[in-house]
Design a protein around this ligand. Structure first.
Ligand SMILES: C[S@@+](CC[C@H](N)C(=O)[O-])C[C@H]1O[C@@H](n2cnc3c(N)ncnc32)[C@H](O)[C@@H]1O
Length: 430
């Protein structure tokens, strides 16, 4: 178990198997080997090992909790919920099970039950910093009034007070303060954070996002890596942030109306593939499906999800520039929101497409009539329709369609996005 905790999976696996050779039904070895199998991407084998352990020690809260985690990470939220409830039946003070229960209730969009579960968690463990952080996110996601955003700010403050290493709580605090219109206070949070960690790209980017510094043309590579490696490692937060997230589905539905019936004929790039949510949707159209993303942590998750022929950790514009005339479709869900200036990346996408090839992407909508983009307090950029039309035209695209749709929810409100489709002209045509 020490080797396992130290991340030495090979040694831990060997030792667990040694134990099981001399004692076939040793429940801890079965249980932790199950966790390890899941970490290696063999989730079904892992779940089966933990179930075997539970047949021997059916009242083991940790094993129920870990089986719940496998279900949760595989997206089986109802099964995960049942496991966490069983863990709590046998260990009513099991904080992690209580916290996980709250998370899966929230992810199943059952906010009242989730709120009760978070409240119970903080009664059980009032000094559990991560619990305050999760409640802060929950209150902001489901805010029905300004008082919920105020409470979320207090939760983030408390999370950071209890655990000064929890800098995500500072980001949460800054965003809540900005949402409340307390812009100077938000900027102060990021300035103080930057003063204590001058090399951290997150407070630098967020200070610009709340107007305290000049916005960069696109989010810095270091910022993107830091944020998304963090998300990838903690699936809980990812579920929370992705609440009501439907960009991949909306994008592929819109695209399907312009593509021939799926026949596995296209060379496709999933640009900013993240954990690979687009892969199962676009796979039926693809002969070759490549995914590229700056975050190694996200790409690891995409590997586990499967469905790609090729995955690479790379910066998107550079990747496109290095692959001229290579794709029939460049698809990008919720990634160009990290680009303020779209000219370079769309120019590169145009060159990476074959004549007649299509680009399809989502953006967050800046619903004014002028021609511009802006970095918003969330740390993502928003673009006006006129800006997108102009930049696509300058890059050489035609057949442009831009539709407004709801792509996610934030601070209790629906976020409107653009679903954009465009085509590279046939040779000789624009
Ligand atoms: C919100 S996620 C969306 C992921 C996926 N497309 C989806 O819809 O689930 C945005 C992704 O864009 C990636 N990203 C942002 N800027 C990038 C860049 N310049 N080059 C490559 N990837 C980038 C991030 O690492 C992150 O995984």
């Amino acid at each position: 178990m020490q080797a396992h905790q130290a991340g030495d999976l090979d040694r831990a696996e060997r030792l667990y198997r040694d134990v099981l050779e001399s004692y076939v039904a040793q429940p801890d070895a079965l249980h932790y080997l199950g966790v390890l199998e899941h970490q290696r991407g063999r989730s079904e084998e892992g779940a089966e090992l933990i179930r075997t352990a539970l047949r021997i020690t059916p009242r083991h809260p940790d094993a129920h909790n870990n089986l719940g985690n496998i279900h949760k990470e595989c997206g089986r939220l109802a099964e995960a919920e049942a496991c966490y409830r069983r863990a709590l039946e046998h260990g009513p003070a099991h904080c992690n099970a209580q916290s996980n229960l709250a998370v899966v209730l929230e992810a199943q969009e059952r906010p009242e039950e989730a709120f009760q579960a978070y409240t119970k968690l903080l009664q059980l463990a009032p000094r559990f910093a991560h619990g305050h952080y999760l409640l802060g996110l929950f209150l902001r996601n489901y805010a029905q009034g300004v008082e919920h955003i105020e409470q979320s700010a207090e939760c983030f403050r408390e999370a950071h007070r209890l655990d000064p290493g929890n800098v995500r709580a500072l980001e949460g605090l800054g965003v809540s303060l900005y949402t409340l219109g307390r812009h100077a206070e938000a900027a102060r949070v990021y300035r103080d954070w930057l003063a204590s960690e001058p090399d951290n790209p997150v407070p630098r980017h967020m200070l610009a996002a709340c107007g305290g510094a000049e916005a960069p043309p696109r989010a810095d590579d270091a910022y993107v890596r830091e944020v998304f490696d963090g998300f990838a490692d903690s699936f809980d937060e990812q579920l929370l942030h992705n609440l009501g997230y439907r960009a991949p589905q909306v994008l592929v539905d819109a695209l399907a109306r312009r593509l021939p019936a799926p026949s596995g004929a296209l060379d496709v790039l999933d640009a900013g593939c993240g954990t690979g949510l687009c892969a199962p949707l676009i796979r039926p159209h693809a002969r070759h499906l490549a995914g590229v993303d700056l975050s190694g942590g996200m790409v690891d998750k995409a590997h586990l999800r499967g469905g790609y022929d090729e995955l690479a950790v790379a910066e998107l514009t550079a990747w496109l520039q290095a692959h001229p005339g290579s794709y029939d479709l460049v698809l990008s869900a919720d990634t160009l929101v990290y680009f303020g200036e779209l000219g370079p990346v769309l120019g590169a996408a145009h060159e990476a497409l074959r004549p007649g090839g299509q680009v399809a992407f989502t953006l967050e909508a800046l619903e004014t009539e002028d021609d511009r983009s802006e970095l918003s307090s969330s740390g993502r950029y928003r673009h006006t329709r006129r800006y997108v039309e102009r930049v696509l035209g300058e890059a050489g695209f035609g057949g442009v369609e831009i539709a407004a749709d709801t792509l996610r929810r934030e601070a209790g409100r629906e976020v409107v996005g653009w679903v954009v489709l465009a085509r590279r002209g046939e040779a000789g045509m624009s």
